[in-house]
Ligand binder design. Structure first.
Ligand SMILES: [Zn+2]
Length: 495
């Protein structure tokens, strides 16, 4: 296998076009061919060796990474594709250890560390003498921030609008290529949704993007949808709050970015609270010393921004976690939602103090049925009715499990959470809208029908009500140009 791969990559001959003529063939000596489908795999295979070298060094106690919290994992390196982050103590010994391993790897692989693209970021506690020594030892330059990792800026403080200016720029750059006024409304809907909306999604999954930045992106999106240009502001005929409704509820299905950001972050909180073993979960648990986000938690100003965001959202998360009752042992009977999503008994009636802390499993009698004697004297009958509709807890049902928020199974669905945050209730979906979007015509026509349903065609009648000109039809005498006139009654239509 090794021979096959080596043959495949060493037998390559290539030439380049130089001033219009092809040069002689030569054999590339360094790196792997770009664009070859197998190249990424080879790259990963090779980088894996570096990872092994580092892990070995950590195991024998030479390389000391940074430890996150007392019980947290030690981080020595993070790799993704061609991004590589190494962590180590700021000491000459550690620097030598890091450089040794890099050199060893370079010798083995024939790769070289790019001096240009490599830099060192020191923690605040490293004095300037030590900085100079380490920079000298390594030959790398000093960086003052971590720039971006996987396209998301790494900043150790609360993000400002300026940190995410690049998102706004990306959105504007995309727009610059399109001429909004030359595109049909349907085309603009598609682009606003599939391209503009997609730009901030990736960083939104892990960071709380400043509201002002989201507002700005949303404003660009909105202006584009209605065909505004730099100089001309056109009439925004349907309110944004309607445009961002789901399609079967009368909107165009564009997303509200702030709600989307919240839904993405809630997914992180959900994973943390449900025992996910992702590396970032272990790091957070190590640093903040808790397995779950609880109501009692508070943040300190020195806490990381992600953590603060999660703490801010914890109440929402806890209120929206619905518990599927198994044996009932893990679920607080009065302060957790197990009867209906978001429904806590303690919020709807006064629970007697002697029942404080009761679990759902405490509410059944010896025969495994609901013990109505417990509820009789204090619980309103409507709540009792709700409980009667639920199967009593039983050991055969296994542990209590958090149900997916808004989702159908035990997974967290960002899309469902988003609808929950926006308060969209699919029961309000209207057949009329469903049928509109199912019409067997081009999207252009469907979007036209959408506008029509809101009676938002800019007819003369409508314009005159806005104080723009007369209301009469330009072709018919003494008839007001209403929507129905334009589409059906006008002489021009019947001509
Ligand atoms: Zn007419």
């Amino acid at each position: 296998m090794v021979n096959v791969i080596m043959h495949a990559i060493t037998s390559v001959e290539t030439n380049v076009k130089w001033n219009g003529a092809r040069s002689e063939f030569f054999r590339p000596q360094r790196g792997i061919r770009q664009g070859d489908p197998i190249s990424p795999y080879l790259f990963v295979l090779c980088m894996d060796k570096l990872s092994h070298l580092i892990m070995h060094s950590v195991d024998v106690g030479e390389w000391r990474g940074i430890k996150v919290g007392r019980s947290g994992p030690m981080i020595s390196h993070l790799m993704f594709a061609d991004d590589l982050l190494l962590f180590g103590e700021a000491s000459e010994k550690q620097m030598r250890c890091v450089m040794n391993i890099l050199n060893k790897f370079c010798l083995m692989s024939g790769q070289e560390v790019s001096q240009e693209k490599t830099s060192i970021l020191f923690s605040k506690n490293v004095n300037s003498g030590m900085r100079d020594k380490l920079l000298h030892l390594s030959g790398f330059r000093e960086a003052h921030d971590l720039d971006k990792y996987l396209g998301v800026p790494l900043i150790g403080r609360a993000p400002k609008k300026a940190d995410y200016q690049y998102l706004i720029d990306q959105v504007s750059n995309k727009l610059a290529k399109w001429k909004a006024r030359q595109l049909s409304f349907a085309r603009r809907v598609t682009l606003a949704k599939s391209v503009l909306e997609a730009v901030p999604i990736y960083p939104m999954m892990t960071s709380r993007i400043p509201q002002s930045c989201l507002d700005e992106i949303q404003k660009i999106q909105r202006n584009f949808l209605w065909g505004d240009t730099e100089n001309v502001r056109r009439y925004h005929v349907v309110r944004w709050s309607v445009v961002t409704m789901p399609k079967d509820m009368g909107g165009l299905g564009l997303r509200r970015l702030d709600a989307m950001n919240k839904a993405c972050l809630l997914k992180l909180g959900w994973k943390l609270n449900n025992g996910a073993t992702d590396f970032w979960c272990e790091v957070l648990r190590g640093k903040y010393g808790s397995n779950n986000l609880t109501i009692e938690m508070n943040t300190r100003s020195s806490d990381s921004n992600v953590w603060k965001s999660l703490i801010n959202l914890r109440l929402f998360l806890l209120n929206n976690t619905f518990w599927n009752i198994g044996d009932g042992c893990a679920t607080d009977a009065w302060n957790k939602a197990w009867i209906e999503p978001g429904y806590h008994v303690a919020q709807h009636c006064e629970v007697p103090s002697y029942l404080n802390g009761a679990r759902v499993s405490d509410l059944v009698d010896e025969d495994g049925r609901w013990n109505w004697q417990i509820f009789r004297d204090w619980m309103p009958s409507n709540i009792q009715g709700k409980i009667a509709a639920i199967l009593p807890p039983s050991a055969v049902n296994g542990c209590d499990e958090p149900a997916g928020i808004g989702g159908n199974n035990n997974e967290f669905s960002v899309a469902a959470m988003y609808e929950n945050i926006c308060g969209f209730d699919r029961r309000n979906a209207q057949l009329m809208w469903k049928k509109t979007w199912q019409l067997n015509v081009t999207k252009r026509v469907r979007c036209f029908v959408w506008l029509l349903t809101y009676d938002r065609l800019l007819t003369n009648s409508r314009k005159s009500r806005m104080g723009l000109g007369h209301a009469m039809c330009n072709y018919c005498e003494n008839v007001e140009e209403t929507t129905i006139h334009v589409l059906r009654d006008c002489n021009l239509v019947n001509y």
